[in-house]
Design a protein around this ligand. Structure first.
Ligand code: CDP
Length: 221
C-alpha cells in the first residue's frame, strides 16, 4: 500500500508521514530530503545550478540512505550523515531550484518508485499523489496559512538552538510556495482524488489520527 502525503513547506507533512508510518509499521520516505541531498551535494562540489548536466550527474550518482532511529531518523549522503545540514533554510531554497530541473526530477522519481516496490510506504513530498504514485491507495494534501507554517518552521529552528527571524521565514515560505506552485514541471497541487486537510488549528496527533482513519478505511475495503 502507498500512502501519499503532499503539501507546502511547514504544512506538517514530514512529521505526519513519520508518525503514520510508525503506527502502521510502513516505511517512511521523505522525498524532499532527496531533493535537499542533491542541493547539498552539488553545493559541496561547487556545481553551478545553471549547469544542468552536472546537477543531473550528481542526482544520478549520489547514494541517499534513510537510517531509522528511535525518535530521530538520519539521512546519509554518500556515507556521511547530513541530517541537520539538509534541513537548513538555504538548502531548502536550493532544493526548490534543483527541483525545477527535468533530469533531476526524472532521476529522483524513478528512485522513489523503485524503493517503494517491495514495501508498504508512506511518502511525503509535493508531487507524490500526482506524479510519483498517481494510483496510491491513500492521498492526502495538507495545508495551513503561511503564518502558521512559518511559526512551525521558526519553532523547529529554535529547538535546534538557532535564532531565526520569523518574518523572514514567513517571507521565504511564501516565495518557495510561489515557486513550487507555479513551476512548469510537477507543480505543487492536490491530486483530484486527494483528501484535503487544513492543519492550521489542529495538533499533530489530530492530523495523524485523521490520516490513520483514512488508511484503515481503505484496508477494510
Ligand atoms: O520540509 P519542506 O516542506 O520545507 O521542504 P522539503 O519537503 O524538504 O522539500 C524541499 C524542496 O524540494 C521543495 O521546496 C520542493 O521544491 C522540492 N520537492 C519537490 O519538488 N518534490 C518533492 N516530491 C519533494 C520536494
Amino acid at each position: 500500500m502507498i500512502v501519499a502525503i503532499d503539501g507546502p513547506a511547514g504544512s506538517g507533512k514530514s512529521s505526519v508521514a513519520k508518525a503514520v508510518a510508525k503506527q502502521l509499521k510502513f516505511r517512511h520516505i521523505d522525498s524532499g530530503a532527496m531533493y535537499r541531498a542533491v542541493a547539498w551535494k552539488s553545493r559541496e562540489l561547487n556545481v553551478d545550478l545553471a549547469d544542468r548536466d552536472r546537477i543531473a550527474e550528481v542526482a544520478q550518482s549520489i547514494q541517499i540512505e534513510f537510517i531509522p532511529g528511535e525518535d530521530k531518523r538520519d539521512v546519509a549522503v554518500d556515507g556521511k550523515i547530513v541530517t541537520s545540514a539538509l534541513r537548513q533554510e538555504d538548502i531548502g531554497k536550493r532544493a526548490s531550484q534543483v527541483a525545477t530541473q527535468q533530469q533531476v526530477r526524472e532521476i529522483l522519481v524513478a528512485r522513489q518508485q523503485e524503493i517503494s516496490q517491495a514495501d508498504n510506504v508512506v511518502m511525503d513530498g509535493r508531487d507524490i499523489g500526482t506524479v510519483v504514485f498517481p494510483s496510491a491507495e491513500v492521498k492526502i494534501f495538507l495545508d495551513a496559512s503561511p503564518e502558521i507554517r512559518g511559526q512551525r518552521r521558526h519553532l523547529e529552528l529554535q529547538e535546534k538552538g538557532e535564532t531565526p527571524n520569523l518574518q523572514r521565514i514567513i517571507e521565504d515560505i511564501r516565495q518557495r510556495d510561489q515557486e513550487d506552485r507555479n513551476r512548469k514541471l510537477s507543480p505543487l497541487r492536490p491530486a483530484d482524488d486527494a483528501v484535503l486537510i487544513d492543519t492550521s488549528g489542529l495538533e499533530l496527533a489530530e492530523v495523524v489520527e485523521k490520516v490513520l482513519q483514512l488508511v484503515k478505511a481503505k484496508l477494510v475495503q
